[in-house]
Every structure is written in C-alpha cells, then in structure tokens.
Write a protein that binds this ligand. Sequence first.
Ligand code: FAD
Ligand code: FES
Length: 339
Amino acid sequence: MPERKSSEEKSMITLDGTTYQPKAGESVLECLSRHGVSVPSFCQSGVCQTCLMRAVEGDIPARAQQGLKESFKKRGFFLTCVCAADRPLTIERSQAAERFSSRILDVQALSSRVSRVYLERPSGFQFEAGQFVQVIRREDGVRRPYSVASLPSADHIELHVAVFPGGELSPWLSSSVGAQVELEGPFGECVYVPVEPERPLVLAGTGTGLAPLIGVFRAALESGHQGPITLYHGARSASDLYFTDELRSLLSNSQHRIIELMLEGNESEVDSEPLLERRVGDLVDVVLEEQKAPPAARYYLCGAPDLVHRLKKKLYLKGASLDKIHADPFLSRAPQAGA
Ligand SMILES: Cc1cc2nc3c(=O)[nH]c(=O)nc-3n(C[C@H](O)[C@H](O)[C@H](O)COP(=O)(O)OP(=O)(O)OC[C@H]3O[C@@H](n4cnc5c(N)ncnc54)[C@H](O)[C@@H]3O)c2cc1C
Ligand code: FES
C-alpha cells in the first residue's frame, strides 16, 4: 500500500539539496526566511520582482507569475513572496534578469523633494519607457526599484527620485554623481501599447509616479499616437508638483490635456491654461468624474499604492477591463523578517 503523506509533507520546498518544511499559509519566501535562508526581497507583494527564483520541478500557481515576461514564465521563474508553499517544489536561485554596469552621470533638483537622476545607458540594455529597473549600489548591494522616464532612443536613463530622509538609497542616489551602480531589469508592463493608436490614453499618478507616465506619454508621441492623451498628476501641495514646463512641452496636439491636482491649495495657486490646468482636488475623484466612458480608454496608474489600488478598483467597477489598466504601485520596502 502506498505511503500516505500528510499535507505538510506534500508541500516540501527543496533548494540546493536541502528540504524545508513550510507552515500552513506560508509563502515560499516566508518558509525559506524562517529557516534562515537569505532571499533578496523588497515589497513582498508581488510587484518589484526582487524575490525571483526558478522552479526546476513542481507546479507554479498563476498568481506567482503575474506580471512576469512570457519568456520568464516559460522558463519557470516565479515570485517567491506571493507563491503559496502548499505544494512540493524544487527551486533554484537564478539570475533571471540581466545585470548591467552603470554610473550616475548627473543629478538635478526638480523640487525640494524630487531629484532627476541621469544614469549612463549601458550598451545592450534594452527597455521600454515606463518600465522599472532595480538600481543596485555597487559597494553594498542595496537595491531599490525605480521607473524610467526617458525613451529607449535617449543615450541616458532618466529617473525621478523622491528623497526620503533616512532612507537607505534615495538620499545617496541623489547626491552621488559619478558613483557606480548596477542595473537589473527591465521589469513591469507600464508601457505604451502601439496596437491601438486611436484609443484614448489616461495617465494618472502621484509624486514620482509621474516618471513612468512621462515615459509612456513620450513613447506614445514618438510612435504617432492619434487618440487623446490626458495626464493627471497629483500631489499634496503646489510645492510638491514638479516638471510643469516639461509637461507643457508634451502638449503638441490640442487633443491632449494635463491636469495638476493639489490636495491642499488656495486660489493663488490655481492656474488654468487652455490645455494645462492646476487645481485643488483628489486625483481619484477627478479622474472618475471626468472619465465618463472607462471601457473606451487605456489606463496607466502609478505612484502611491493606496491611490493606485483605489483607482484601479473603481475604474474596473465602472467597466474598464483589467487588461487595459497598467498599474505600478510604488510600494516601499516591507518590514523584513527578524528586523
Ligand atoms: C515598481 C516600483 C517602482 C518605483 N519607482 C520609483 C520611482 O520612479 N521614483 C521613486 O522615487 N521611487 C520609486 N519607487 C520607490 C523606491 O523603490 C524606494 O522605495 C524609495 O526610493 C525609498 O527608498 P529608500 O532606500 O530611500 O528608503 P528605505 O530605506 O527603503 O525606507 C526608509 C523609510 O522611508 C520611508 N519611505 C520609503 N518609501 C516610502 C514611500 N513610498 N512613501 C512613504 N514613506 C516611504 C519609510 O518610512 C521607510 O521606512 C518604486 C517602487 C516600486 C515598487
Ligand atoms: S515581488 Fe517579491 S519582494 Fe517584491
């Protein structure tokens, strides 16, 4: 008679010849971390792709491959932080994304909190505007994801970095011209889709969520997009809104509009040009109020995670299809086990 295994035994995780026993409800990342196995991780929510590993044997749940490139899926890569450890898996560490050497070329202040960081474009580094890269400090390996605002045709990579005082990487990135970094990626699907040139595009984001949206806007213009493009940029106050002149320069076509929104502001800070408005309002409310036919448009939502999740849900409930909503919530580092 075949030996009957308990459900826990059935879900063993094997890595480098050692087998680890998960607890009920654990993810693969949690199981490995609890056993003292170090796996790089960051958001622990299936967004940043820092925790990629490869399955050599076993079935990967679809959720653990969401957002990965098709070629990664086929090769068995998966996100350990959102992979339930409820099945037997033999896995390996594997460098999924290519790594490139780069250098910080220049840093410019865009506002009191946001820096524009120019990186050297490594040869062979292919990406699409709006995707994100992992920027890795060479001296200690600290890494964070940042979205690319520049086009692939530019000879540099442009990032918009919000500086968090006391943060491990953002203050350093915005004050270390000449320093060496490594880049991994690109990742993410927040990219211009050239197949429907007449479909309206709605780009909405807060803070440095503007960076990928600018990338998408620039890519759409470069490929001759014919439908209207509306960009909503939200911030707490007027001093947190940045890049207004550069945004104005994107308004080559009178169908396109830009709306800058402040949560707090007074009459003197409100402004109205024919195609570029600055007003007080909540970004989610304004987008939902203005976008009367959600199924007709393609959406790009980036920045503060609560806003991205809220807007995505509301647009979906108003009829927008999920495959027409590209979302990159800028999650920060999740508390690490044992920290
Ligand atoms: C897909 C993706 C794309 C991203 N793209 C960008 C981008 O283009 N530009 C950009 O500036 N950032 C972006 N981020 C966020 C970025 O990766 C870092 O989280 C951020 O720069 C903080 O890193 P740090 O090392 O300075 O701070 P950490 O050392 O990680 O954190 C230090 C402290 O700073 C505070 N903090 C950190 N991040 C936030 C936050 N978002 N909101 C509130 N408090 C915070 C927290 O209190 C935290 O404990 C992105 C994140 C993701 C997941
Ligand atoms: S996707 Fe797993 S740590 Fe971010």
